[in-house]
Design a protein around this ligand. Structure first.
Ligand SMILES: [Zn+2]
Ligand SMILES: [Zn+2]
Length: 459
């Protein structure tokens, strides 16, 4: 970033504060860029701010009118479920999973769980905007919500590495063995079935003081706190309640009402969750089995590992999505201190509200460019889903097609100069055409269509 851009950003903080005052909730990593209205009308999430309506609003540009529109749009709040989804969190995952050999209904639930945790629950709708039966939905996963600071949800969407300034790992190319990558590595272990316990932030009671990720049980002594400047903390829900360390909370009940997440007025009481579902043992499998949600074509409940894999796809891509912020030396999770607390720090310049919101806007739908985070996320999907498939095909052949499709990384993702299916869909300006690119590629390869999207509404 050059000095001119920095100056521009400073001068834009005022408009950021104004936009934030409209709502302090904000989009957090790959946005839900496609919203279905009744009658099948497809709304392009960023249409108002898109190049078509504001010509100066393009990749890498910080024109005030454009920034204002993007910030305003980004601060729109979603409810518990949503009729919006993201081409990167949902469609790209669905296509890629089938492309590396998963059966259609399994691929669908990897995508549904991937999308679910930006809300509380994935709400499935058809191309006319009508609800599909509950079996296509995911159950509520309130603890994983991007705005849930108290349950450790938000740190997983942001993907802050561990250590001090000299510890490195690249959000675009995670180094699985690096201690700095511990939070994501531990969720990878959980998703790949190497561990049945998932801890807040991945933090354990490790033997070694320098590696808080190496233990078998979760750290429970301290809290997860954040120490970030106002420019950053305004829109990013990191504060507003304290995360007690321990096993990751997957869900909790809202009686009489849900905790206020990041909309809590000052001095609100802390969360006292009820019927807490922890990420331990086979709790998630039993939760899915007794719910009306998430049933395969056979009627069987979605296997826990598939749900975990979908959730992990979200964290994997959100980590790449925030590379610009979290690859900064100063953006680190550190600790424990003498009380067992861990602290999140974020680089003020590279994590500020404006760069943050604008980079999410540049992640899809701009025609000729996407961020490096988008490219990385699409590549990581193929690598990680491929690794999972290679490992579990012998043990669970029923999750896969008999013969894996012979599709290359170049075909599935490709490069900006020669994009494959998922990158082409992410570049496309029109939200309808973004879905269409995926629908056509599914058909060409004889893959299952997106449930409810065999055709567009009334076609
Ligand atoms: Zn974000
Ligand atoms: Zn997210």
């Amino acid at each position: 970033m050059n000095l001119k851009v920095i100056a521009k950003i400073s001068s834009l903080v005022a408009s950021a504060v104004l936009a934030m005052s409209i709502s302090i909730s904000t989009s957090h990593a790959f946005v839900e860029d496609i919203c279905l209205g009744e009658g099948g009308q497809i709304e392009n999430f960023y249409y108002d701010a898109a190049i078509q309506s504001i010509p100066e609003c393009g990749y890498g540009k910080y024109y005030p009118r454009c920034v204002f529109k993007v910030l305003k749009r980004s601060s729109d709040t979603f409810g518990d479920t949503s009729i919006c989804r993201g081409i990167i969190h949902f469609e790209a995952v669905y296509f890629t999973a089938q492309a590396v050999g998963f059966r259609g209904d399994i691929a669908y639930f990897i995508a549904a769980f991937s999308q679910a945790i930006d809300f509380n629950q994935y709400r499935a709708i058809d191309s006319c905007g009508i609800d599909l039966p509950f079996r296509y939905w995911t159950p509520p996963l309130r603890g994983l919500l991007r705005t849930s600071t108290v349950s450790g949800g938000s740190i997983r969407h942001l993907g802050v590495p561990y250590g001090n300034e000299s510890d490195t790992t690249d959000a675009l190319y995670p180094q699985w063995n690096a201690i700095a990558e511990g939070t994501l590595s531990r969720s990878r272990n959980w998703a790949f079935g190497d561990s049945d316990t998932l801890c807040h932030g991945g933090l354990t009671n490790g033997e070694s003081k320098d590696n808080p990720f190496g233990g078998d049980s979760c750290a429970t002594r301290g809290e997860l706190i954040s120490d970030v400047s106002k420019i950053v903390s305004g829109p990013i829900p990191l504060s507003g309640g304290v995360t007690k360390l321990g096993p990751q909370i997957l869900n909790y009940d809202c009686e009489p009402e849900c905790w206020c997440s990041n909309t809590c007025p000052e001095g609100s009481p802390p969360l006292t969750p009820k019927n807490v579902l922890l990420a331990e043992g086979d709790n998630l499998a039993r939760y899915i089995a007794k719910s009306p949600f998430s049933k395969l074509d056979s009627g069987a409940p979605v296997p826990e590992l598939i749900a975990r894999l979908g959730i992990y796809m979200h964290w994997l891509s959100d980590r790449a999505s925030h590379a610009n912020c979290t690859n900064a030396k100063r953006s680190k999770l550190s600790g424990p201190d003498s009380d067992g607390n861990y602290t999140i720090n974020l680089d003020t310049l590279r994590c500020n509200a404006i760069s943050h919101a604008m980079s999410h806007y540049w992640e899809q739908g701009l025609g000729d460019k996407v961020t490096r985070g988008s490219e990385a996320a699409l590549r990581l999907y193929a690598e990680e889903l491929g690794a999972f498939a290679a490992r579990y095909r012998p043990q669970h052949p029923q999750w896969f097609r008999e013969i894996p499709p012979p599709l290359s990384m170049a075909y599935i993702v490709g490069m900006p100069a020669n994009p494959g299916v998922t990158l082409r869909a992410s570049l496309e300006k029109s939200a309808t055409k973004r879905i269409k690119i995926i629908m056509d590629a599914l058909e060409e390869n004889n893959f299952d269509p997106i449930p409810g999207f065999t055709t567009f509404c009334n076609e």
